[in-house]
Design a binder for this molecule. Structure first.
Ligand code: IMP
Ligand code: MG
Length: 193
């Protein structure tokens, strides 16, 4: 029982500990290595996908290039995203996988897949660590998926809340409303442990 009312507010719940993340990434690495030959391009979406990308890359047994793109966060309700940073690689005729941390409404991945498709890659697929399939607005074909998650907000292993908690080694679920009220003490404990 809590010592005081509200002491558990914003208590994180570990959804995927580091070991489960490692196993999922190893599986994705096998799936991708089996499906592609040398010369694949991994196009990762900054910044949340960076830890996932780094582990995924090392789990591949084929030669892969890495490149990055970044988008502006869309204003709530508008569904509009904008390319802030583009790839440095010409992907025409290349086999490309878009690498995301989480696909939620699909607005971001949908926009990016459309943008990359216009450049006529030999093939284009999407890989996401987390798929919040229940919130999809834009139908988004995801060929490689780590885990499906529910409605709860998640942080850790690259995923942030206001640029924090990306350094957690597990993916944890938290009450977003509590976080927005400033109830971050329990999460902060987890980070500084
Ligand atoms: P979408 O455009 O709605 O699919 O949202 C995708 C982006 O929103 C992701 O790439 C994340 O950056 C961010 N996002 C969505 N849900 C979460 C979450 O639970 N935690 C952290 N970031 C999230
Ligand atoms: Mg993202």
């Amino acid at each position: 029982m809590s010592e005081r009312p509200g002491a558990d507010e914003g208590a994180p719940r570990v959804l995927f500990p580091a070991g489960e993340l490692r196993a999922a990434v190893a599986r994705l690495g096998r799936e991708i290595s089996d499906a592609y030959g040398d010369g694949l391009v991994l196009a990762a979406v900054l910044k949340g996908s960076v830890p996932f990308l780094a582990d995924l890359l090392r789990s591949l047994t084929i030669a892969a290039e890495v490149d990055f793109l970044a988008i502006s966060p869309y204003a709530p309700g508008t569904g509009r995203v904008r390319l802030l940073k583009d790839l440095g690689t010409d992907i025409a005729g290349r086999h490309v996988i878009l690498v995301e941390d989480i696909v939620d409404t699909g607005l971001t991945a949908g926009y990016l897949l459309g943008e990359l498709e216009r450049r006529r890659p030999a093939s284009l697929a999407a890989c996401t660590l987390l798929d919040r399939a229940g919130r999809r607005i834009v139908p988004t074909p995801l060929r490689f998926v780590g885990f499906t998650v529910g409605d709860e907000y998640v942080v850790g292993y690259g995923l942030d809340f206001q640029e924090r908690y990306r350094n957690l080694e597990a993916v944890v679920a938290i009450d977003e409303a509590a976080l927005r009220r400033g109830a971050t003490a329990r999460l902060d404990e987890l980070v500084s442990r």
